[in-house]
Design a protein around this ligand. Structure first.
Ligand code: SF4
Length: 327
């Protein structure tokens, strides 16, 4: 079997909480707590969860825009977590990010041409003439035109700005794109256009995606596999069809029950999760979902469930499927 393009093992990000005059560390916010997964070449892994579940922090740690507290990130056979910041800067040529708010991530004082040329200059790719040609080529590839090159970000609609954000991510011919809520700020009709564009680009340019979203409905059609995060942990990860047809974790079941189905004859029982998401600075003991879970058992408050494969291509972290299932 070929090695995955990206392998993440035991990734953690703990932010210290400082108190008092001497700023002593009085605890930690466990934003990401022991997350492991892999992404194969050419596939899309969706990562889904409510805000504050650690999905964006995970995405940023993969590029070391945030330094992990612990864990390993291996990309294309190279361990990114142990290389120097200089080597990491070079490695970023092959891993790029698309952000949720394209307006905030595009410099308002620069023309689109300058914005798109910048990653090429940073990585020392091409001369002025070839760079300019590449900028114009990529504007066309993402569905804009060469004449847009001299305009400024504020002259574009939200959907067009996200196309520019995607073009910028593609300029260095990356292998992996981490898209952090790339369509969340867009109207539903525009969302579909941007998702279709991303799918077309994936096929044409042989890209691998990590697609982060808070809504299971959005990632459904673009993802080959989907991971669900809750309070810093991966609670279920499965091939898309398995996850949508047969969600196993009570949290995934609740999230899915809220996704509208475009079939008037299909009635899905809505599962409401009680209470709010607990604070990651003081997560519940055992299974962190036990404070909201309708199937909570005694063991759930005491033992942390491990993410285990329960059928080929389907892993879940829940005592309902382990040795405590009898309870
Ligand atoms: Fe619910 Fe227990 Fe499963 Fe956690 S381990 S999701 S509390 S049944």
């Amino acid at each position: 079997m070929t090695e995955p393009l990206l392998k993440v093992e035991g990734l953690k990000k703990y932010f210290p909480i400082r108190k008092g005059l001497l700023s002593r560390v009085s605890g930690h916010v466990k934003a990401v707590d022991d997350v492991s997964f892999y992404v194969n070449k050419g596939e899309t892994l969706g990562i889904v969860g409510e805000s504050g579940c650690g999905k964006s922090t995970t995405g940023r740690m993969l590029m070391r825009l945030l330094e992990p507290s612990e864990g390993k990130v291996v990309f294309d056979g190279k361990e990114l977590t142990s290389i120097s910041s200089d080597d990491m800067r070079k490695a970023r040529r092959e891993i790029q990010m698309v952000f949720q708010d394209p307006y905030a991530s595009l410099n308002p004082r620069h023309t689109i041409e300058k914005i798109l040329e910048e990653p090429l200059i940073v990585h020392g790719i091409g001369d002025a003439k070839t760079r300019k040609k590449k900028v114009h080529d990529f504007l066309e590839i993402v569905g804009l035109s060469s004449y847009h090159a001299k305009r400024y970000p504020h002259q574009f609609s939200g959907g067009q700005r996200q196309r520019i954000g995607i073009a910028r991510a593609l300029m260095t011919n990356p292998k992996l794109i981490i898209a952090d809520e790339p369509v969340s700020a867009l109207d539903v009709s525009i969302q579909a256009q941007v998702l279709n564009l991303m799918q077309d680009l994936q096929k044409e340019l042989n890209l691998t995606y990590i697609f982060i979203a808070h809504d299971l409905g959005v990632v459904r059609h673009i993802s080959d596999r989907v991971g669900v995060m809750y309070l810093g942990k991966m609670v279920e990860i499965a091939e898309s069809e398995l996850l949508y047809d047969k969600p196993l974790h009570p949290y995934t079941q609740a999230l899915l029950s809220a996704v509208p189905v475009p079939d008037p004859n299909f009635v899905r029982e809505q599962i409401l999760i009680k209470g709010d998401i607990p604070s990651p600075s003081n997560p519940p003991s055992g299974c962190t979902f036990h404070t909201r879970c309708p199937f909570k058992m005694d063991v759930c408050t005491k033992i942390v469930p491990k993410l285990e494969e329960v059928e080929p291509g389907h892993s879940v972290a829940c005592h309902l499927y382990g040795e405590h299932a009898q309870q």
